[in-house]
Ligand binder design. Structure first.
Ligand SMILES: [Zn+2]
Ligand SMILES: [Zn+2]
Length: 277
């Protein structure tokens, strides 16, 4: 019953922001809007800043190793640049910062944000919400692996392969599910999609910090995404709103895109409806 009400609310929001203009994702291709890191050669190495607690460290290591099996990219775990304030999880140019803390009863398990100039990703963040991972329902290696793997996967420019949480698992972390058991790691289709996204080379690289930060509008560099109301406008929603994408547009092709996995607890539905900006 609560879900139906929320769907109604979503329909109104979507109508207001012109959802129809945003193309639906097909299962054959799950690039996230064509966003990718610029690089002059392949395979490239993306740094993952470790701002996570010891509970999450082995999960981050699994995710890093899983995605590094791609022929196009390797990830390497480095000391985090956001450890002093994991709630904010401030981004660092040219890499992805990964943070966890008790972000509260926000309704979301994980959030990935990417900063883009044109099609090129310049920095990213992943936030993992211990308010849920500290509960019996989500405090399992399977849920932790799925959410870490999926949110980091988004920062490469991957979207979901499937957004129906009640159908059979596709055996990839990029598949929405209510049972994470077989969805803890990427599958061959994810690696194939990365080959498509990164088949071309660019004349510049967005993987090094120095040159990048200067090019970014100051407001974009300093944006604080710790509250949903700062995420910008809702541009994509699916599967009854279980997955949503928000966009902040700084003009001149500079954008911050935030992707959310909402918790699937029935109890969270009411809260979730109120989170929408
Ligand atoms: Zn490119
Ligand atoms: Zn997702």
């Amino acid at each position: 019953m609560v879900k139906v009400l929320n769907r109604g609310l979503l329909a109104l929001l979507l109508a207001a922001v012109g959802f129809a203009a945003f193309p639906a994702l097909s299962h054959a291709s799950h690039s996230w809007g064509g966003y990718h890191w610029a690089r002059t050669s392949n395979p490239f190495t993306l740094k993952l800043g470790d701002n996570v607690s010891s509970t999450w460290d082995p999960i981050l290591a699994i995710t890093s190793s899983d995605w590094s099996q791609s022929t196009m990219l390797d990830t390497t775990i480095v000391a985090g640049g956001a450890s002093s304030n994991v709630r904010r999880c401030k981004a660092t140019a040219g890499r992805v910062e990964v943070c966890n803390t008790t972000y509260g009863n926000t309704g979301w398990l994980g959030v990935a944000s990417i900063w883009a100039s044109g099609n090129h990703i310049t920095q990213g963040t992943v936030k993992l919400n211990d308010t849920y991972f500290n509960t019996a329902s989500y405090n399992t290696p399977a849920w932790r692996n799925l959410v870490m793997c999926q949110e980091v996967g988004h920062t490469f420019g991957l979207d979901h392969q499937d957004e129906d949480f009640s159908n059979a698992n596709l055996n990839t972390c990029m598949d929405y599910t209510s049972n994470p058991d077989s969805n803890q790691h990427p599958n061959t289709h994810d690696y194939a999609q990365l080959e498509l996204i990164y088949s071309h080379l660019d004349s510049t690289s967005t993987l090094s910090a120095a040159a990048l930060a200067a090019k970014m509008p100051p407001a974009m560099r300093n944006v604080d995404l710790s509250e949903p109301r700062h995420w910008g406008k809702l541009i994509h929603s699916s599967a009854g709103g279980w997955k949503e994408t928000y966009e902040l547009d700084f003009g001149g092709g500079h954008k911050v895109i935030t992707h959310v996995i909402w918790a699937t607890d029935e109890d969270d539905d009411a809260d979730r409806g109120h989170e929408h900006p």
